[in-house]
Ligand binder design. Structure first.
Ligand SMILES: NC(=O)c1ccc[n+]([C@@H]2O[C@H](COP(=O)([O-])OP(=O)(O)OC[C@H]3O[C@@H](n4cnc5c(N)ncnc54)[C@H](O)[C@@H]3O)[C@@H](O)[C@H]2O)c1
Length: 253
């Protein structure tokens, strides 16, 4: 029997972008709940630090250098989880980047393609590689980290908003195409979370951003990581294709 704190015991998980921010918190919470975790990131040092934190806390993890915008890296990542831990139960497609705020008419092709390749191609390559492994496993879960900007627009953020809406769409599509094979997908939509980016905001912009959340503040990575671990619990069997905001009420206004 597993304790309530050990609700992912025996599970094998991967987290892309696990070397910092939300991905690190998700990986730590997966491990804390008993999962073995492959941390994937472009940043080797950040990834190694996440693995170290998991090991120090008594969990099990390893790092795989991964560029999510590469199809071969996405496949190699899945192969790594299978060779290390024998299977894949949970895949969290978290890696993503935000562009500098730019009015839509001024966005050049290079910026547009960069955001598409990481935030959208990256999630698609991930899902495409993960589905056969999850089916081989008799089923499993894909958690895609979208954003509140997968539901609404935001000034200057066209490529980001477009990719995050698309990630919500891909999540629904997994449910439609693979529910009968035991594969489920959930998208989560964080609002603004303190992962370091906000350090550069001037006090006025920071205050405006904070007050856009009815709770009156930005979120902490911990408030995303803990919820992502919970929605990855195996007893969420009837939840599929859902979008869950983690947003301090941002989308409720
Ligand atoms: N922080 C927020 O306020 C916020 C809000 C909503 C959604 N999100 C989403 O959450 C996810 C994580 O964001 P974060 O704030 O933790 O970002 P972050 O910049 O703190 O961390 C992102 C991690 O992804 C890695 N990464 C970047 N490009 C990669 C690639 N091509 N392949 C593999 N790894 C790559 C980086 O090296 C880094 O370790 C993103 O998808 C982001 O869009 C963040």
């Amino acid at each position: 029997m597993t304790s309530t704190n050990n609700f992912l015991a025996g599970k094998a998980a991967l987290v892309t972008g696990g070397g910092a921010g939300l991905g690190r918190s998700i990986a730590l919470h997966y491990a804390k709940a008993g999962a073995k975790v492959v941390v994937a990131d472009l940043d080797d040092e950040g990834g190694a630090e996440t693995v170290r934190q998991i090991s120090d806390a008594g969990g099990e993890a390893l790092f795989q250098h991964t560029d999510v915008s590469s199809d071969s890296d996405a496949r190699a990542l899945v192969a790594k989880v299978q060779s290390a831990y024998g299977k894949l139960d949970i895949a969290c497609n978290n890696a993503g980047v935000a562009p500098p705020a730019t009015p839509m008419a001024d966005i050049d092709d290079k910026l547009w393609r960069r955001i598409m390749s990481i935030n959208l191609d990256g999630v698609f390559y991930g899902i495409r590689a993960q589905i056969p492994a999850l089916i081989d496993n008799g089923g499993g879960l894909i958690v895609n980290i979208a954003s509140i900007l997968g539901q609404v627009g935001f000034p200057g953020m066209a490529p980001y908003v477009a990719t995050k809406h698309a990630v919500v769409g891909l999540t629904k599509q997994v449910a439609v195409d693979y529910a009968d094979k035991g594969v489920r997908a959930i998208a989560v939509g964080p609002a603004f979370i303190k992962t370091g980016m906000e350090d550069n905001l001037d006090p006025k912009s920071r205050e405006a951003l904070e007050s856009a959340h009815p709770i009156g503040r930005m979120g902490e990575p911990e408030e995303v990581g803990s919820v992502v671990a919970m929605v990855s619990a195996p007893n969420w069997t009837f939840v599929n294709g859902a979008y869950l905001p983690i947003d301090g009420g941002y989308l409720s206004r």
